[in-house]
Design a protein around this ligand. Structure first.
Ligand SMILES: Cc1cc2nc3c(=O)[nH]c(=O)nc-3n(C[C@H](O)[C@H](O)[C@H](O)COP(=O)(O)OP(=O)(O)OC[C@H]3O[C@@H](n4cnc5c(N)ncnc54)[C@H](O)[C@@H]3O)c2cc1C
Length: 464
């Protein structure tokens, strides 16, 4: 063991039990990667706090020793967010997995950061409530807040940032703060919830989250609509939104992705560009919304629309959609997944998706398109052989083309996955002078640059 690591372990042992500190190779390897194609790098030590006090002591120790710290939820991020390229300490929040309070009347829930979204929804169901944000992986709420995650229901309920009422945050020097309160609105002070959500572990560690929850809707109807082309499908979505139909979910899956879904989920959906839709509401309102939507999709060339009102069939439909990435992974053993993630103004969406499809066909790699099209956010999923440099380069160039296309149209390089290391090179192009402000915020909150260093912003003193 290197002397530096011994020093870290010794200093951490002053505050933590032995079973909360690990230098085991397998544990370090599990914390040296995410679910993407980004290269692996191991932390020196992994710690498992049980409380905010533990986290505060870890941060005080790390500050004193000037050791980098990476917060870790479940490691499902897709842009190298949790990979400790500077080594140091990884804080795994899996032991902080308690649902602390359900305030039914306030429609609020207080949780520790290691609670996963499915764990929370299982508990909330007993109260007739649900938590809306549903990324394709069973992520932790701490990780989801840190990446400003979103999912299939964002078109109706909003992104993670819209759900956070308050965060308990441990800062780089170990200070513990709260960023909000329980009130539905506030005009008091700077919007720290907004700042910390999406900060990817670079500004502080979340140790408690107070989140909005919703009543399970009285009626839910899901539908699957197929179209002759992706353009028809996307234009139908634009018309649905323009008509003011309060759609709860609208997801595009292109024909090659439907093929993967059928194979993995044992479904027999028609292999055509498809919209997966869902409507939430009361029976009368929903009937009208559904009728109106049927008319609109027909106007856009929809060849078939199938409704699923039965709970089991609906769950199967959304499971199939949620498992899409895993369908690609299982169908392409030995390859790594690269997922593009741009978001564009809705008026630019149809052309952007067509551009992405044409470019994907041109490079000839295995992959497909899918998207939270109601938000203007879509992904190309590419399966790449990391041992084939030509393939890797093709995929990287493709990703860059898609990003530049989105930025030229005043969109963003990442709609939901976040920056990590993968999207860092586009931050200057996207934010211009505003990036300097982000750097100043980083320096003010983390002057030693120990919190997930060189993610989102790369400070000049580090050679950036
Ligand atoms: C198959 C698949 C589908 C996906 N689909 C979606 C999708 O639809 N929408 C979407 O938004 N994302 C999606 N993702 C990406 C990923 O699931 C999200 O980014 C998720 O929010 C990460 O959560 P996590 O718990 O795994 O966090 P991690 O990956 O462990 O960490 C993510 C970031 O959060 C920081 N962090 C973690 N915990 C804390 C904490 N307590 N305090 C401060 N910082 C912390 C980490 O340092 C890191 O920067 C998908 C990923 C996969 C593999």
């Amino acid at each position: 063991m290197n002397i530096m690591v011994e020093n870290i372990v010794e200093a951490l042992s002053e505050h933590l039990e032995q079973d909360q500190i690990s230098i085991n190779q397998t544990i370090r390897e599990l914390h040296g990667k995410d679910e993407s194609y980004h290269s692996i790098s191991l932390p020196d030590v992994v710690v498992f706090p049980r409380s905010a006090t533990d986290v505060s002591n870890i941060m005080k120790t790390a500050s004193r020793l000037k050791v980098p710290v990476v917060p870790f939820g479940r490691g499902t991020s897709l842009e190298g967010h949790v990979i400790p390229y500077e080594n140091g300490i990884t804080i795994d929040f899996s032991l902080m997995d308690k649902i602390l309070e359900i305030r039914e009347n306030d429609l609020l829930v207080k949780v520790q950061p290691g609670v996963t979204r499915t764990q929370l929804n299982k508990e909330l169901k007993k109260y007739g409530l649900f938590f809306s944000v549903d990324p394709g992986a069973d992520a932790t709420l701490g990780g989801m807040a840190a990446t400003n995650a979103s999912g299939t229901t964002t078109v109706k309920y909003g992104v993670m940032r819209d759900q956070v009422r308050d965060l308990e945050v441990v800062l780089a020097d170990g200070t513990i703060i709260h960023t909000g309160n329980l009130a539905a609105k506030s005009a008091s002070g700077f919007h720290l919830n907004g700042l910390f959500v999406g900060s990817e572990g670079t500004l502080g560690c979340f140790t408690e989250l107070t989140l909005k929850v919703y009543g399970i809707p009285e009626f839910t109807t899901a539908a699957r609509a197929t179209f002759p082309t992706v353009k028809n499908a996307v234009e139908a979505v634009t018309s649905i939104l323009q008509a003011g139909i309060p759609i709860a979910r609208v997801e595009l899956v292109d024909e090659s992705s439907i093929r993967q879904v059928n194979h993995f989920s044992e479904t027999d959906y028609a292999e055509k560009p498809t919209l997966f839709l869902e409507f939430h509401g009361n029976e009368a309102g929903l009937t009208q919304d559904v009728e109106f939507t049927q008319e609109i999709v027909k106007d856009h060339g929809c060849d078939d629309i199938q409704f699923e009102t039965d709970n089991t069939a609906r769950t199967k439909l959304w499971d199939a959609r949620h498992n899409l990435a895993y369908a690609y992974i299982h169908g392409n053993v030995g390859k790594k997944m690269m997922v593009t993630d741009v978001c564009v103004p809705i008026s630019e969406l149809a052309d952007a998706v067509i551009f992405a499809r044409q470019e994907l066909d041109a490079i000839g790699l295995t992959g497909g398109l899918t998207g939270h099209v109601g938000d203007g956010n879509f992904h190309a999923l590419l399966m790449i052989d990391m041992n084939n440099p030509e393939e890797v380069l093709k995929a990287q160039n493709y990703n860059e083309k898609i990003v530049l296309y989105a930025l030229e149209r005043k969109g963003t390089c990442t709609g939901e996955h976040g920056v990590g290391v993968g999207k860092q090179k586009y931050q200057a192009a996207e934010h211009g002078e505003a990036l300097r402000i982000m750097e100043k915020i980083k320096v003010a909150l983390d002057p030693l640059n120990i919190l997930n260093p060189n993610k989102i912003v790369k400070l000049e003193s580090d050679g950036g």
